[in-house]
Design a protein around this ligand. Structure first.
Ligand SMILES: Nc1nc2c(ncn2[C@@H]2O[C@H](COP(=O)(O)OP(=O)(O)O)[C@@H](O)[C@H]2O)c(=O)[nH]1
Ligand SMILES: [Mg+2]
Length: 456
C-alpha cells in the first residue's frame, strides 16, 4: 500500500541505557541489512533478534540487537525492524541519518500507528487507545485504554452495527417491492429491536462523564472566603507545603493545581483566591479565575470558617455555583477554634441539599472521610455499561447515532415509509462507523495521529 519505508526513534530523546529505532515498510529489512554487520538479516526468520553492529562503511557505529518482524503479523502490518542501540543521542542520530541515506524517510507523528490502522490491523478507536495508553498516568485510565486497545469497545460497536445492518436490509428489501405495498418486517418487532439497540447506546453515552473523569482527572475546586483555610486544606491533602498559608486575607491570588490519586482515580485539586469584593486588581483577577474554575469543577469543596460562620453568606455563595452534575460539599473549618458546635444550627435545607463535613485540618490532618466521599461520588457515576467512553469524538458520534435511532423509532411508530426510516438508519450506521474509522477523512486522521509522538 505504501511505497516508502519510514524510520524514527521510538524511545525518548536524551541519554538512556538503550534506544530503539523503528523502521517500517517493504524495504525495511534490506535497508537495515545494508548498514548491518552480522548475520544476513534478509535470511532471518520473522520475530527473531539478531546480534551485530551498525556500520557506516567500515566504521562501526554501535553494537546492537536487531529485531526482525515480517509482514503481516507486525505492529504496522508491514515488514518492521527495530534496532536496539545504546541510548546516546549521537548514536541514535547517526543511525537515523544512515538509514536516510539508504532510502528511508523520517516518519511523521503517529505514522506507524496510522499504517496499522490503514492496513486494517486495528480500527480507529484502538489506534486512539494506543495514544491513551502511553499517556495514562494512573490505574483507572490505564485499564480503560488497555481494554479499548484490545478491542472491547470495537467488538461492541461491531455487534451494534450488525444488528442495525440487519434492520436496514429488511427495510431496503421492502423498498425493492414498494410497488406492491408489502411489509416484510413486522413493525412492532422492528421497534423492539430499535429499543434494544437504544438500551445499549444510552449507557455508553452516560458513561462519558465517568470515563472523562477517570481519563483526565476529576477537577475539584476549593472555594470559600479569604482565610477559610483553603490553602491549608490543599497542603494537607497533598501532604506538602504547596500553597502559601497565612492569616493575611488575600494571600492566594492565583489558582494552584495539584493532583492526588485516591484508590487509583486521579483528582485534580484547584486552590483558589478567596471569594470577596476587592479593590486589588490582581486579586480581582484571581477571584474571577476562581469563579471560572467553579464552572469547570466536577466537585466543589466550599469551605467556611466555623468561627465566623454566616449561613446567609454561605447560601448566597452556594447559589452561585449550584448546577446539575456537580457534587458540592460544605466543609466547616477550624473546628479546634470553637469549644462547642451545635449541629442543629445548620439550616435544614442546607443539610438536605449538601453533605456537610466539619474539619480541623490543623489539629487533625486525617482527611479520610473527605477523600472517601469524593471517591464514592465518582464511583457512583459508574454506569451499567461494561464499556466506558472517555473520548469526546466517540461521545459526539454516539449522540448523533442515538438521535438518528430515536427518529427511526418514531418513524416506525408513526408508520413512516420504509424509505424515510432507512435514511435515519443509515445515518446512525454512519455515526457508529466514524468511531472505528469505517467512515473517515484525511482531516480527522491528521487530527488524531498528529497528536501522537514521532516513532509511535
Ligand atoms: N486553628 C486553625 N487554624 C487554621 C485551620 N486551617 C487553617 N487555619 C489558619 O487560617 C489561616 C488562613 O488559612 P489559609 O489556608 O491561608 O486560608 P485561605 O485564605 O482560605 O487559603 C492561617 O493562619 C491558617 O493557619 C484549622 O483547622 N485550625
Ligand atoms: Mg489561600
Amino acid at each position: 500500500m505504501f511505497q516508502d519505508t519510514i524510520c524514527a526513534l521510538a524511545t525518548p530523546q536524551g541519554i538512556g541505557a538503550l534506544g530503539i529505532i523503528r523502521v517500517s515498510g517493504n524495504e525495511s529489512i534490506s535497508i537495515v541489512n545494508s548498514v548491518f554487520k552480522g548475520k544476513n538479516l534478509e535470511q532471518a526468520s520473522s520475530h527473531t533478534v539478531v546480534y551485530g553492529y551498525i556500520r557506516d562503511g567500515e566504521e562501526i557505529i554501535d553494537e546492537v540487537m536487531v529485531s526482525v518482524f515480517r509482514a503481516p503479523k507486525t505492529f504496522t502490518a508491514e515488514n518492521l525492524v527495530e534496532i536496539t542501540c545504546h541510548g546516546s543521542h549521537y548514536i541514535e542520530q547517526k543511525i537515523l541519518s544512515l538509514l536516510l541515506t539508504q532510502g528511508c524517510r523520517l516518519a511523521q507523528a503517529g505514522e506507524f500507528t496510522q499504517r496499522a490502522f490503514l492496513h486494517g490491523r486495528i480500527d480507529l478507536s484502538q489506534a486512539e487507545a494506543v495514544a491513551d495508553l502511553i499517556a495514562a498516568e494512573n490505574k483507572a485510565s490505564h485499564d480503560m485504554a488497555l481494554s479499548q486497545m484490545r478491542g472491547g469497545f470495537s467488538s461492541l460497536l461491531k455487534e451494534l452495527r450488525i444488528e442495525l445492518l440487519d434492520l436496514a436490509s429488511l427495510l431496503e428489501l421492502e423498498l425493492d417491492f414498494s410497488e406492491e405495498d408489502v411489509e416484510f418486517a413486522d413493525r412492532s418487532q422492528l421497534i423492539g429491536l430499535m429499543d434494544q439497540i437504544l438500551t445499549t447506546v444510552q449507557p455508553l453515552i452516560d458513561s462519558f462523564s465517568y470515563g472523562n473523569a477517570l481519563k483526565n482527572g476529576v477537577p475539584v475546586t476549593i472555594l470559600g472566603k479569604p482565610n477559610a483555610g483553603k490553602s491549608t486544606l490543599l497542603n494537607a491533602l497533598l501532604q506538602e507545603d504547596r500553597a502559601i498559608v497565612s492569616d493575611i486575607a488575600g494571600t492566594t491570588r492565583d489558582t494552584i493545581e495539584e493532583s492526588l490519586i485516591i484508590h487509583g482515580v486521579q483528582f485534580r485539586f484547584i486552590d483558589t483566591a478567596g471569594l470577596r469584593e476587592t479593590e486589588d486588581t490582581i486579586e480581582a483577577i484571581g477571584v474571577a479565575k476562581a469563579m471560572e474554575k467553579a464552572k469547570e469543577a466536577s466537585i466543589i469543596l466550599y469551605l467556611a470558617d466555623m468561627e465566623s460562620l454566616d449561613w446567609e453568606e454561605v447560601r448566597t455563595d452556594l447559589n452561585k455555583f449550584h448546577r446539575d452534575n456537580l457534587y458540592l460539599m460544605i466543609c466547616l473549618t477550624k473546628q479546634d477554634k470553637i469549644s462547642h458546635f451545635d449541629n442543629s444550627s445548620i439550616p435544614e435545607e442546607i443539610l438536605q441539599t449538601y453533605p456537610v463535613l466539619t474539619l480541623s485540618v490543623k489539629t487533625n490532618p486525617d482527611l479520610t472521610e473527605l477523600k472517601e466521599k469524593m471517591y464514592a461520588y465518582i464511583e457512583q457515576q459508574k454506569t451499567t455499561s461494561q464499556t466506558i467512553v472517555n473520548n469526546a469524538r466517540h461521545l459526539n458520534a454516539l449522540v448523533r447515532a442515538k438521535e438518528s435511532l430515536v427518529l427511526c423509532k418514531e418513524g416506525l411508530q408513526n408508520g413512516l415509509s420504509s424509505e424515510l426510516v432507512a435514511i435515519d438508519l443509515r445515518r446512525a450506521l454512519e455515526a457508529l462507523g466514524e468511531i472505528v474509522g469505517q467512515v473517515s477523512n484525511d482531516e480527522l486522521l491528521g487530527n488524531i495521529f498528529g497528536k501522537f509522538c514521532i516513532g509511535k
